[in-house]
Design a protein around this ligand. Sequence first.
Ligand SMILES: NC(=O)c1ccc[n+]([C@@H]2O[C@H](COP(=O)([O-])OP(=O)(O)OC[C@H]3O[C@@H](n4cnc5c(N)ncnc54)[C@H](OP(=O)(O)O)[C@@H]3O)[C@@H](O)[C@H]2O)c1
Length: 259
Amino acid sequence: MRVLVTGAGGRLGSDVLARLRDDGMRVRASSRRPRTGPDVEWVVADLATGDGLAEAVTGVDTVLHLASSPRGRTHQVDVLGTRRLVVAAAAAGVSHLVYISIVGVDRVPIPYYRHKLAAEQVVAAGPVPWSVLRATQFPQFLDDLLATSARLGPVLGDRAVLAQPVDPAEVAARLAARLAAGPLGGIEEFGGPQVLRFDEAVRAWREARGSRRPLLPVRIPGRLGRELRAGGLVTEALPRGVRTWADHLSDTYGGTARR
Ligand SMILES: NC(=O)c1ccc[n+]([C@@H]2O[C@H](COP(=O)([O-])OP(=O)(O)OC[C@H]3O[C@@H](n4cnc5c(N)ncnc54)[C@H](OP(=O)(O)O)[C@@H]3O)[C@@H](O)[C@H]2O)c1
């Protein structure tokens, strides 16, 4: 089976490529710029314009669609770009398209999530047999968020927001398993092993970094805050990943972060 991976140069993409290589799959990977790498055929394709998409899907059996543009042109790339990809994949006779989405896109009122939900709907309404995997946040995302906040002074955050970080390598394994299992025609969720309150996550992060930055509590107002505190970003779905936030902190900062 030959698989096309979109967004293959991104954070999740690099774990997906490693996983598919280990599984012995024939992999084509797309990016907006020319790249090279071992055991992977790189092609150039842009979801925003459609350039290169027809060539990217020609001769592949399945597509793992990871590409996304959260920080600008999101509708153009994530929603319309996904539609362009589905149309091209249908024309090429692709037998399964797996789309990576995010736990909470149907609950948490963030503009990016609205676009991810619309992209899910494009996939589900299209002619190509499909699966959607909604994952919770990667620990690197939370880490980046905290580091950005700490650069400005205290770490700002709503203590009671719930998060469930999941290791992207485990998400990659789950995507590969879904690919092997065939089209679900539905949505499955996958989260990390622990549901953490934001203040717990920050405490462990500060200890791991030896940081003295205090947490300055803010209460996120309105429906957004209510959803985030009520667990809009977490899932009870089983199985879960096994690598914890403490594992990520220990890998990233060394030492013995508390489990
Ligand atoms: N980060 C999280 O915590 C998280 C959690 C759950 C689900 N997800 C989902 O997982 C996926 C990957 O996330 P990530 O964190 O790995 O993102 P990432 O590192 O930003 O990778 C996304 C990739 O999308 C590609 N891309 C952007 N605009 C494009 C365009 N116009 N045409 C084609 N490709 C384009 C980029 O590849 P090039 O620059 O090489 O073109 C980029 O490497 C996303 O769909 C995201 O919503 C993320």
